[in-house]
Design a protein around this ligand. Structure first.
Ligand code: NAD
Ligand code: TYD
Length: 351
């Protein structure tokens, strides 16, 4: 079996669902169920013996060794993290705790477990760490996209904490020989995305007649990656990645935030027109910019394409349409998320 951490979050739950759809190998899912963890994402596998869910912290130095010895996973895929830049600006401590200290304790638990495996299991074992393009800092309009050798220059407490965790993972390979792999991906979007991030927030706000908040001038650029493409990249790196290497994963979809939201509005105008016949674009509202807002991220995903033969399947246009349709067709999921802790966060951030 494999151990997935953070498997009740946005990307982790998509990964678990895809894994169980494509493989008979079981998943042990360790997630603390913070505000971002939502077991409802995995309700289709509630009674599936191939999915074992454990509520717990990656930094728990009693629980994690016990789980490793009981279930003997052949791989760990580490999604667990605090992941929202704005939250890291309001309160960085949880980010240091989970992303840095938690990853450190997880690495220690895994190192001890791995050291006791027999030679074959030791050779076959993998620790795959899921990271972000934000560790590379920000780009100007004409800069080349981030490659795996771009120096780290994180600008937010979130990206700094992820950078620290990446360095620890790297060091555990270099120093102890732990068989690690790291992926640095761009902004994901798709089903089960918690509505604090730009795309799901604007989708839900649009449908609820609320404003669509654009930070600053709305011209910040992100490189959008459909979450299922990200999951397939992780499976590929897990199966074929070179030990100790990092792989950048991107969608080759650089878009300015305002263009992203305009596209969302146009798809909604077509699929669920406003009653007054106006475009959802009238709800776009420019608000105060994020402090230290990174201007542009762009991933050069040539290495993973050349070395591992992975390419994204979705363009932004096809992926965003699928995403809008998913949200329209999954109103109960949306309602449950909106009635939870998310509301308190909304008040703190926007009111
Ligand atoms: P998310 O916030 O939706 O989910 C994180 C999950 O981790 C939640 O289920 C949460 O309960 C769990 N978690 C948090 N702290 C934990 C702890 N101490 N122990 C165990 N579980 C804990 O995040 P996501 O968007 O799914 O991101 C997953 C990973 O991908 C993160 O490492 C993130 O940095 C990285 N990433 C995300 C994006 C993106 O666009 N979402 C882009 C690049 C990289
Ligand atoms: P976000 O989804 O928070 O991801 P990240 O900060 O990790 O890139 O934000 C994506 C972009 O959208 C980023 O440039 C900030 C911007 N943004 C807004 O303009 N308004 C919003 O309400 C949010 C949440 C983000």
């Amino acid at each position: 079996m494999i151990l997935v951490t953070g498997g009740a979050g946005f990307i982790g739950s998509n990964f678990v669902l895809e894994w169980l759809a494509q493989s008979d190998e079981s998943v042990l899912n360790l997630d603390l169920l913070t505000y971002a963890g939502n077991l409802e994402n995995l309700s289709s596998h509630e009674y599936d013996p191939r999915h074992i869910f454990v509520k717990g912290d990656i930094g728990d130095t009693k629980l994690v060794p016990k789980l490793l010895h009981t279930y003997k996973p052949r791989a760990v895929i580490n999604f667990a993290a605090e992941s929202h830049v704005d939250r890291s600006i309001h309160g960085p401590e949880d980010f240091i705790q989970t992303n840095v200290v938690g990853t450190f304790h997880l690495l220690e638990s895994v190192r001890a477990y791995w050291a006791e495996l027999d030679e074959k299991a030791k050779t076959d074992f993998r620790f795959l760490h899921v990271s972000t393009d934000e560790v590379y800092g920000t780009l100007c309009a004409n800069d080349p996209a981030f490659t795996e050798t771009t120096p780290y220059a994180p600008n937010s407490p979130y990206s700094a904490s992820k950078a620290a965790s990446d360095h620890l993972v790297r060091a555990y390979h270099h120093t102890y020989g732990l068989p690690v792999l790291t992926t640095n991906c761009s902004n994901n979007y798709g089903p089960y995305h918690f509505p604090e991030k730009l795309i799901p927030l604007c989708l839900l706000n649009a449908m609820n007649g609320k404003s669509l908040p654009m930070y600053g001038d709305g011209q910040q650029i992100r490189d959008w990656l459909f979450v299922k493409d990200h999951c397939s990249a992780i499976r590929r790196v897990l199966a074929e990645g070179k030990l100790g290497d990092t792989y950048n994963v991107g969608g080759w979809n650089e878009k300015a935030n305002l263009d992203v939201v305009n596209t969302l509005c146009e798809i909604l105008d077509e699929l669920k027109p406003r009653e007054d016949g106006l475009s959802y674009k009238v709800q776009i509202t420019f608000v105060k910019d994020r402090p230290g807002h990174d201007r542009r991220y762009a991933i050069d995903a040539t290495k993973i394409e050349h070395e591992l033969g992975w390419k994204p399947q979705e363009t932004f246009e096809t992926g965003i349409r699928k995403t809008v349709i998913w949200y329209l067709e999954n109103q109960p999921w949306v309602d449950h998320v909106v009635s939870g802790a998310y509301r308190q966060w909304l008040n703190k951030q926007y009111v």
